[in-house]
Structure formats: structure tokens, C-alpha cells
Write a protein that binds this ligand. Structure first.
Ligand code: FAD
Length: 284
């Protein structure tokens, strides 16, 4: 068994690809080392892919620096046979992006089937504490879009693994439309199978639909799902103001608009949830 704390070079073969939504794909990697914790991530160096060599050469020339490795949370829980990652590709917007995204549009595709991917693993602090039951009665999962990835792993690990049975899990999952919901069927199955331990709340910001809350997560909505703020641990994953947006805000003097994580942080504060009880991860 490898040392779980040590980041090491690993190799996996894509043995299954799943199109989760119109643009989001999950790659299931077969690898002989699966010693990780639910909620952690792997890192992938785009330079290993021959197809990306010219775009990398071009942007590295333009940026005058080498492109870095990219992190991808694992959607899988350690008890599962494959290590899986779910990629929602970034999109180039000529109005405010200086460069096109490089790795995510390449990975988010059925063409990855059968490919070998080198990656670094496993690391990341977005994990539940070992003594969860002592610290909390409830875990509040607050996710938007591909932010669902690590929380899906946490949920599967706790529910299917029957860990900390005294702890209730509430997932507030925010997406634009019904079609954008990643792991829609798997989440519904978990809610059906573990009704006493898991509450699933879907919010759609751009669509009205029966059984789904319309709009962004409000203080009132989140409050209605929090049993006791002193016994809840909140795990939020989604977009946050990126370093590029911060730089732009500094240079133009126009403050960057709060994104999902900033809005949730404000709500956590209003609910009186201690900062130490609020963990967040952003993808920017
Ligand atoms: C801990 C962690 C976990 C993550 N997990 C996931 C996951 O599960 N699924 C997922 O889809 N993503 C995840 N991500 C995001 C992922 O790591 C990548 O950032 C994402 O896929 C974009 O990579 P890219 O190569 O496609 O885009 P990039 O090439 O990195 O570009 C992204 C954006 O940054 C802009 N940009 C890049 N360089 C510059 C520059 N020099 N100046 C100005 N703007 C610039 C580009 O214009 C573009 O809009 C995670 C990130 C972190 C930190």
C-alpha cells in the first residue's frame, strides 16, 4: 500500500467515458494505486498530450511562461474500482478572455476512451474529518455546476460506506438548467436509497421546473435546511473570483462581482456558521 500522504506519479487508462451533460464528461481510469481520500484531487500535465503541443507552444510564447499542471477533483470514492474525474470544459469568451482554455476541452470528450493519462496523485484538504460524528450532526454540501464533483465523492464514501451513520447530509446543488445537472440519476438514487441520511435539493437558475427550486441559493433557503449552525460542517465547491478577475479589478478599479463561493461565504456568516466549520474549494 502506498503512503497516502505522498504525492506520486501515477498512470491510468481510460476504460470508460460517460457524457454527464451536453458538455461535461467523466473519465474512468484504471490504475493500480487507489490510495486516496474522498474529496481529493489529481493533477494532469497538459504537455503529455501530443495534440496540445502547438497550442501550448503558442500560449507559452505569448505568456512568456510554461503552462502549469491542472487539478481535477475525483468524482470516485476510494471503494470504487476506477478513479474517475469529471471535466466541464472552460469556454473561450473573446470579450473577456485573453487566451483560450487548453486542457479541459481536450479531456471532456469520448475520444479519451482507451487513452493513457499520466497524473500526480493524490492530494487535497477537501476531505471530511476522521472524527466527523464528534464534530457534527449534519454536513451541508453546497455546490454549483462542476463543483458537484468532490462532494459526490464525499457523499458516496459516507453513505455507501456507511460511515458516521449519525450524520445527516444535505446537498444543495445549483445548476442553470435540468440538463446541466451532473450525476442527476446517481444523486436521485442515493436520495431514494438513504432517505434518513440524505436530503437532495436541486436549484435551477435559468429554468422553472416542478420539484426544483428556481433561483440562486438564498439565505432563507439555506437556513431552512440547517438544523443547528453549531453542529453543521459546510463544504462548498464552485466558481469563485479568479486571480485574472482580481487582477483586472485592481487595474480597472471596478470590483469583481461575487461568484458562488463569495455568495455562500456571506450566507455562512449570516447564519453564524463558524469559519472553521466552512470549507470551500474553487476551480478558478
Ligand atoms: C482543486 C481543484 C479541483 C478542480 N477540479 C475540477 C473538476 O473536477 N472538474 C473540472 O472541470 N475542473 C476542475 N478544476 C479546474 C481545472 O483545474 C482547470 O482549471 C480547468 O479545467 C481549466 O483548464 P484549461 O487548461 O482548460 O484552461 P486554462 O488554459 O487554464 O484557462 C482557463 C481560463 O483562464 C484564462 N487564463 C489562462 N491563463 C491566463 C493568463 N495568463 N492571463 C489571463 N487569463 C488567463 C483563460 O483565458 C481561460 O479563460 C479544478 C481546479 C482546482 C484548483
Amino acid at each position: 500500500m502506498s503512503d497516502i500522504k505522498k504525492i506520486r506519479p501515477l498512470v491510468g487508462q481510460v476504460i470508460k467515458t460517460v457524457q454527464e451533460t451536453p458538455d461535461t464528461w467523466t473519465l474512468h481510469l484504471q490504475t493500480n494505486d487507489r490510495a486516496y481520500l474522498a474529496g481529493q484531487f489529481v493533477s494532469i500535465d497538459p504537455h503529455q498530450f501530443e495534440e496540445l503541443s502547438e497550442i501550448l507552444a503558442y500560449v507559452e510564447h505569448k505568456k512568456s511562461r510554461k503552462e502549469l499542471i491542472r487539478a481535477y477533483s475525483m468524482a470516485s470514492a476510494p471503494h470504487e474500482e476506477t478513479v474517475s474525474i469529471t471535466i466541464k470544459p472552460e469556454r473561450y469568451n473573446a470579450e473577456h478572455d485573453d487566451y483560450p482554455p487548453i486542457l479541459s476541452p481536450f479531456l471532456a470528450s469520448g475520444f479519451m476512451m482507451g487513452r493513457t493519462i499520466k497524473f500526480l496523485g493524490y492530494t487535497g484538504p477537501y476531505v471530511l474529518p476522521i472524527n466527523l460524528e464528534e464534530q457534527a450532526d449534519q454536513v451541508l454540501h453546497l455546490v454549483a455546476g462542476s463543483g458537484a464533483v468532490p462532494n459526490f465523492a464525499l457523499l458516496k464514501d459516507q453513505l455507501i460506506g456507511n460511515k458516521n451513520p449519525g450524520v445527516h447530509h444535505t446537498l444543495i446543488d445549483v445548476n442553470r438548467t435540468y440538463e446541466d445537472i451532473i450525476y442527476r440519476e446517481e444523486l436521485a438514487l442515493l436520495a431514494q436509497k438513504y432517505p434518513k441520511r440524505f436530503t437532495l435539493v436541486h436549484l435551477l437558475t435559468r429554468e422553472q421546473r416542478d420539484g426544483f427550486v428556481h433561483g440562486r441559493p438564498s439565505l432563507e433557503l439555506i437556513k431552512s435546511h440547517v438544523k443547528d449552525p453549531s453542529r453543521v460542517l459546510a463544504y462548498a465547491c464552485g466558481s469563485a473570483i479568479t486571480k485574472w478577475q482580481r487582477k483586472k479589478a485592481e487595474s480597472t478599479g471596478v470590483p469583481a462581482a461575487p461568484r458562488f463561493i463569495e455568495s455562500i461565504a456571506e450566507i455562512m456568516q449570516a447564519l453564524g456558521i463558524d469559519k472553521k466549520r466552512f470549507k470551500h474549494e474553487s476551480y478558478g
